[in-house]
Design a protein around this ligand. Sequence first.
Ligand code: FAD
Length: 311
Amino acid sequence: MSLLRQPLLLVSRSELVKNLVSTMPISAGIVNSYVPGESTEAAVDATRVLVDNGLKVTLDFLGEDTLDQAQAEATVAAYVDVLKQLAVDGLARSAEVSVKLSAVGQALPQHGDKIALEHARTICRAARNAGTTVTLDMEDHTTTDATLATLRELRKDFPETGAVLQAYLHRTEADCRSLAYEGSRVRLCKGAYKEPESVAFQSRLDVDKSYVRCLKVLLAGQGYPMIASHDPRMVAIASSLASRYGRAQGSYEYQMLYGIRPDEQQRLADSGETVRVYIPYGHEWYGYLMRRLAERPQNLSFFVKSLISKK
Ligand SMILES: Cc1cc2nc3c(=O)[nH]c(=O)nc-3n(C[C@H](O)[C@H](O)[C@H](O)COP(=O)(O)OP(=O)(O)OC[C@H]3O[C@@H](n4cnc5c(N)ncnc54)[C@H](O)[C@@H]3O)c2cc1C
């Protein structure tokens, strides 16, 4: 992990920094390169451009750690709205949604898990009506068990619901084994949160080794692996493992974030691979932006310059 990653994630929690950065217009260079806009319309427009180029999409209405019921409900309404719009525009076959349970009530002080489950169910129903699917994003390790329990409940009625597992957690190889069954869509990522040594690998090498072990389990299994990484080595290893396990193109997919390695996204799609781009949108872009900057401190000087020039 980069030396700057953990300090940056800590600084990002400062209210002062948050107020300063959140008042930047979304069009400020660095923000806009990771988040196409704040509205449903902006999200659907960005989706259309990618789909026209042969890519698939998953949309994330930004917002996490919601501690108020009204905000959780507003998030559900935003998902229902975007799903309807995708259907109207004929994009729902190529675009699904990604949902953070903490954005729909998981962190509420009372009955959070139950409220989040009901809200997620509403989104799953809207997705099915639109002709598409939902994937539950994975957040920090304190929520892993609850998120997987919610996934199990949702899959009783909506077996197409996707899961996310994070290779940096010690437990994940075992979770991959449990979820590598037929029809099970599983996104494998490295993991984006600051996690303690007791639960997570800390060095880049150990995380990468775990990622490869998990890839083997998922690609050898019966499910539908969604390989979420920008790392050229992980993409190359996934490709050779897919051949080794006799996986045809389309029986798994690659996923990358909006604005990160777009040329590689297009190259993979042009070579016949299924590639899905994760598009975050909405006004709550601060936490998302900070995690991306923490992963890529080279972008920091660019970011600070754009901050100063807007003030
Ligand atoms: C589709 C998708 C969904 C995700 N969902 C989740 C989730 O639910 N929960 C979760 O914890 N994490 C999630 N993540 C984030 C993930 O866990 C990692 O934090 C993130 O993808 C960086 O890891 P990496 O595999 O790309 O490799 P890294 O080793 O971080 O990066 C490899 C290379 O990718 C390029 N790169 C990486 N990041 C950037 C950047 N910010 N800007 C420019 N170039 C960059 C660089 O060339 C870098 O050398 C998701 C990632 C993707 C792609």
